[in-house]
Ligand binder design. Structure first.
Ligand code: PMV
Length: 335
């Protein structure tokens, strides 16, 4: 394929679309995509326009927790979130419509995009991954595009990097790819179940973070010398996670995920101005986890660009973990 030099999302997408798109029905049914949590994180972009990562990453999807999205023909462009209409000049609404525009390309119709997130807001979990994945599925259905799963993953990635992984259930690897147009930077599911694996969501704060992940990544890549060690850390951890998953070695899975998250945060802390998403309660939760391990309860954590903590444990440790975190929301990703 040949796409001209200045590669933009629009150009990449146009290559895969018919000359004009029209809605194939007045309304789609509701399309669901799960939220996901990375065990080996995506941190740093080699291309900011296309959200192409510097490293491959590996996540686990959160089963029934995620986003449901429906698109209908409407008199004016409208975005609805959890039953309320969002002002057109709101950042969220603007991002949703800009994504639809990549496919609509000026065609003469308006859309109503309705999204419901069932991710517990109390857990302070980001919803952009499931949100853009569900939006991509709805766009595909609305215009009758029938795109291949890998193309859906690549296009969802252009909305939000981690959305590339939210097209699938279970363990998912997002392969970084090397192509300039990014069409090999796609997620693929791992053929493996782990029925007694559990994820616990620990709420520290639900306030909107001051620095979003896009700006956080850029700042780290541009200013932290420590970032130079990140691609090697991620590659090593990815390999270890693959082995841990195929051997069902929970200790190796937990240790690798926790070290990976802390290594990512180390690069953020070493940026300038410094970027520290932790709050005192995040550190208190870490200390509770380390004490639980010292007491023989096998629980590990991971955390993203925010103060909240996600626990990893197995079903047999659930009661002991809940004793230490009474408000824990527990997810069984393979249920
Ligand atoms: O997809 P984004 O732009 O929201 O970035 C996600 C970044 C992390 O959550 C910190 C890591 C990851 O792999 O999900």
């Amino acid at each position: 394929m040949s796409i001209s030099k200045a590669i933009t999302k629009q150009r990449v997408i146009e290559h895969y679309l018919p000359a004009t798109v029209i809605p194939v029905a007045d309304s789609t049914d509701t399309l669901f995509a799960p939220s996901n949590i990375a065990l080996c994180k995506y941190w740093g972009k080699r291309d900011a326009e296309l959200n192409l990562p510097i490293n491959s990453s590996l996540s686990i999807s959160l089963a029934h927790l995620g986003s449901r999205t429906k698109i209908s023909v409407c008199d004016s462009d409208q975005v609805w979130l959890n039953g309320s209409q969002i002002a057109a000049n709101d950042k969220f609404a603007a991002k949703v419509i800009a994504f639809v525009d990549l496919f609509r390309r000026g065609a003469d119709h308006c859309v109503k995009v309705e999204t419901e997130n069932n991710i517990p807001t109390a857990a302070g979990l980001a919803s952009s991954a499931s949100g853009f994945a569900a939006l991509m599925l709805a766009v595909d259905r609305f215009y009758g595009l029938n795109l291949e799963p890998q193309v859906l993953s690549a296009f969802a990635r252009m909305g939000s990097g981690s959305a590339s992984r939210s097209l699938y259930e279970g363990f998912v690897e997002w392969q970084m790819g090397i192509r300039e147009d990014g069409m090999d930077s796609v997620a693929l599911p791992l053929d493996c179940r782990w029925d007694d694996l559990r994820i616990g969501l620990v709420k520290v704060s639900t306030a909107e973070k001051a620095v979003d992940s896009r700006s956080g990544m850029n700042r780290t890549v541009e200013t932290a010398h420590l970032y130079q060690s990140w691609p090697l850390q991620a590659a090593t951890d990815l390999e270890r996670l693959h082995r841990a998953i195929s051997d069902k070695n929970f200790t190796q899975l937990g240790e690798t995920a926790e070290q990976n998250a802390l290594s990512m945060h180390a690069t953020m802390i070493a940026s300038w101005p410094p970027l520290l998403y932790w709050q005192p309660d995040s550190v208190a939760a870490m200390q509770t986890i380390w004490q639980a391990r010292a007491d023989g309860v096998e629980v590990y954590f991971t955390m993203d660009a925010g103060p909240n903590i996600k626990l990893l444990f197995t079903a047999d440790a659930e009661a002991a973990v809940k004793q230490r975190f009474p408000d824990l929301e527990v997810v069984a990703p393979f249920a």
